[in-house]
Design a protein around this ligand. Sequence first.
Ligand code: NI
Length: 138
Amino acid sequence: MNKKVYITRRETFAAAHRLFKPELSDEENLKIFGKCSNPNWHGHNYTLEVTVAGETNPETGFVLDIKHLKEIIKEYVISKVDHKNLNIDTDFMKEIIPTSENITTAIWTELADKIPDGKLYSVKLYETENNYFEYKGE
Ligand code: NI
């Protein structure tokens, strides 16, 4: 039987955001989004874990060269979010409220068709040490 192996690359990035709906007042946004609705932005140190699943190629012993996975994540995600404002700077977050849920699914969409070997299995995003958000493409 072919053995499926799950490989994970962890990256970190720092980004600013504001959770708000423009049609609501600052008070109403504060009620829904709490401190993350601060009108003058704030930042988080995020940790991202990207897992690819596949069978090991007998020629190389790799599912996908993990160095290549690192480069793909850097090019399509980290370069667009690290030290950026997610509401303004990040092309794949335009018009999306940058909650962790929405960042996680947007990163999935960015990466899903960029994985050359194996398949994207999960995207996990930690906004703090105590919370993480995971998407598996369903
Ligand atoms: Ni926040």
